[in-house]
Design a protein around this ligand. Structure first.
Ligand SMILES: [Fe+2]
Length: 245
């Protein structure tokens, strides 16, 4: 499995505190059956500023540590970018890390309450750069909870993708988030699930239970979620990668 949203890089944000915690999260992910993690530290949210260069170096260092400790996990660079007015400029100048450093998908963190009206403009500008936004946990957004039609319009008009958080799907983060997440799932208002792990306690790098829950509701759609994660990270699904080997 691929985890496209995980705060595993030590000391960069409110995720893993140090190498020991990052290694613990890595082993927990391996035991879940996760093979690839996109490390997505918060950036440009008014608290953290993790440039693409900084993320690249941190991923290289942690991947080296995984090799030394024989942790069978591939690490990929990414970031969770807060929406702000200079976002496009920062993307064009290479300051902001896209998913897998490929310049095709960007994990975007919406404001928790009222998504600004400028979102449509940002989506259009991103499309002009050939970048598809992946909205992090839209089920947590109060406006989208009340007005899912707005998310539907973003998906239909701008090809936006949406990422549910595993803890929302399983109910670990409360009934309200679970019912919103599952409603988005059943109404085709989301496309992938990721852990958004921050630690080894409340927000762990877990995906298996979420996929089982999704599969219990719609098996084919759950399979599409896994394939979509592969497409985002590798550009092709695992089936095609195996055929090419
Ligand atoms: Fe996150």
């Amino acid at each position: 499995m691929i985890d496209l949203h995980c705060h595993i890089l030590p000391g960069l944000d409110d995720g893993a505190r140090d190498d020991e915690m990052a290694l613990g999260m890595a082993w927990a992910a391996v035991h879940e059956g996760i093979t690839d993690i996109v490390a997505t530290p918060h950036t440009e949210d008014g608290v953290y500023r993790n440039s693409a260069k900084k993320v690249r170096a941190a991923v290289e260092r942690l991947q080296q540590l995984f090799l030394e400790k024989q942790v069978p996990l591939r690490l990929h660079p990414g970031s969770e970018v807060h929406v702000h007015p200079e976002l496009l400029d920062h993307l064009q100048s290479g300051q902001v890390m896209t998913i897998g450093d490929a310049g095709r998908y960007l994990l975007l963190e919406l404001p928790m309450t009222n998504p600004p009206r400028v979102m449509e403009r940002i989506f259009a500008d991103l499309a002009g750069l050939g970048i598809t936004p992946v909205l992090a946990h839209p089920e947590r957004n109060e406006v989208l909870q009340e007005h899912p039609e707005r998310l539907a319009a973003w998906i239909a008009e701008y090809g936006v993708l949406a990422q549910l958080t595993a803890g929302s799907v399983t109910g670990q983060m409360g009934k309200k988030l679970q019912s919103t997440a599952l409603s988005f799932y059943q109404n085709r208002l989301a496309h992938i699930v990721a852990s958004d792990a921050h630690d080894l306690k409340r927000r762990r790098p877990e995906l298996r239970a979420a996929y089982l829950k999704l599969a219990s509701l719609d098996l084919e759609e759950a399979a599409r979620y896994r394939e979509q994660a592969e497409l985002i990270l590798f550009g092709v699904s695992d089936v095609w990668r195996q055929l090419q080997c």
